[in-house]
Ligand binder design. Structure first.
Ligand code: ADP
Length: 402
């Protein structure tokens, strides 16, 4: 389709109360427009739209639902002379959180694919319904344009069965589709490939540990471009300490709270997903605030930071063992890209594994993909900014272009 001038992809990340979007031109991978609708369904709902090279435009709600929000996005794009019905639109790329076992890559959506995403709602009740609203509305707004789903789980479907299985009764696990799926896959795919590029080597020749540290956080072990382990599981709750999620925990804690603290399942769900992690440990979930307080001698913030980095260190060690040979460790997302304190603490003392952080490189105010290990280091340590929208656009575009 590139031959017919259809080079643009609209990337939609639709949640239950927000829509993030970017219109990209894949001829040169540039942004045409970016925007965000926040607080859908609330009185304070607003849309902020920024065309490339232009000023941000703000439009207040009400946007009672996702459909209303996306219609407002369509109006803003139309005001720029582009959008859902523009002749240059090659595809709409939807970020879909849960693709289960079936979707190992992007897919052009048809009724069967939408039904499969619907069947996964019990596994991703917070995310897949919003994603489906986005798909339905965008299909109505752009009926002739391929709608492509790019799944957060897809990159992890290559995990060997022994890594994806929980050691619980097989019949129960199979009946309820309980296994380790992993998330943030689009970011892990993008960052592992960019890290290979930074090393000047083909992805097939490189083993990388990717540490995606945003508000949610996950680690992955990528062997020759293929994911072999990741830290999130059935849901994004497993693994690393996150902004508000506990990460790994003895499952008996849940039983204990239900039986002995009289907490309902919903209350425990809220505790582990929304009131734990950094927030639970010290009252702040923003790493900037946690590191500032820790540096000022605040004991709770210090402990929160130590719990966070200790968990990461354990995963780096475990994934080194899983991979056998590690060529690079790559830090990405809000914390990974911006916190030299966290990066240094995670790898402190791991010189025996060939992992060393150069203090000057680590604290240099650079933004782009870069090494922070010294020249002589056995294993490269890199900071590689993630770009999930570009990766979604690329995957969608590759799928629909002849
Ligand atoms: P999300 O997971 O919501 O996409 P991001 O990847 O944008 O989030 O990461 C957001 C987090 O990044 C913030 O909560 C904050 O803790 C952290 N962060 C952003 N900038 C910095 C910084 N300069 N230093 C430390 N942490 C930062």
């Amino acid at each position: 389709m590139s031959g017919t001038g259809r080079t643009r992809v609209l990337v939609l990340n639709t949640g239950s109360s927000s829509v993030k979007y970017q219109l990209l031109d894949m001829a040169d991978a540039s942004r045409v427009a970016t925007g965000l609708v926040e607080r859908i369904g609330e009185d304070s709902a607003r849309l902020a739209h920024t065309p490339a090279g232009g000023r941000e435009r703000e439009r207040p709600g009400p946007f009672p639902d996702v459909a209303a929000a996306l219609r407002a996005v369509a109006d803003e794009l139309a005001a720029d002379g582009t959008g859902f019905d523009a002749p240059d639109l090659a595809a709409v790329g939807h970020r879909v959180v849960h693709g289960g076992e079936r979707f190992s890559g992007p897919v052009v959506l048809d009724d069967a694919a939408v039904a499969e995403i619907e069947s996964l709602v019990p596994l991703a009740p917070l995310h897949n319904p919003g994603n489906l609203d986005g798909i339905r509305t965008a299909t109505a707004l752009a009926p002739g344009v391929p709608q492509v789903a790019v799944f957060d789980t897809a990159f992890h479907t290559t995990m060997p069965e022994y890594a994806a299985r929980y050691a619980i009764d097989t019949a129960t696990a199979d009946e309820h589709r309980i296994r380790r799926y992993g998330f943030h896959g689009t970011s892990h795919a993008y960052v592992s490939r960019r890290t290979a590029e930074l090393l000047g080597r083909a992805p097939e020749d490189v083993n990388v540990i990717v540490l995606h540290l945003g508000n949610g956080a996950s680690a992955s072990a990528v062997a020759g471009g293929v994911c072999v382990e990741t830290s999130m599981g059935l849901t994004p709750l497993e693994g690393l300490v996150m902004g508000t999620r506990s990460g790994d925990i003895d499952p008996a804690v849940v039983l204990h709270l239900a039986r002995n603290a009289g907490m309902s399942l919903d209350a425990i769900d809220t505790l582990l997903n929304k009131r734990s992690g950094l927030l639970g440990l010290c009252g702040d979930n923003d790493m900037r605030e946690v590191t500032r307080r820790a540096a000022a001698g605040d004991g709770a913030a210090r402990l929160a930071l130590d719990v966070y980095t200790h968990r990461l260190k354990k995963y780096v060690g475990a994934y080194t063992a899983v991979l056998g040979r590690v060529d690079a460790v790559a830090f990405t997302a809000g914390v990974g890209e911006n916190s030299p304190v966290v990066r240094a603490a995670v790898l402190a003392g791991l010189g025996g594994l060939g992992l060393v952080v150069d203090p000057d490189r680590n604290t240099a105010p650079d933004r782009g993909p870069r090494f922070i290990s010294p020249e002589y280091a056995a294993v490269a340590v890199a900071v590689v900014p993630t770009d999930e929208e570009l990766e979604i656009a690329r995957q969608a575009y590759d799928l629909v272009s002849p």
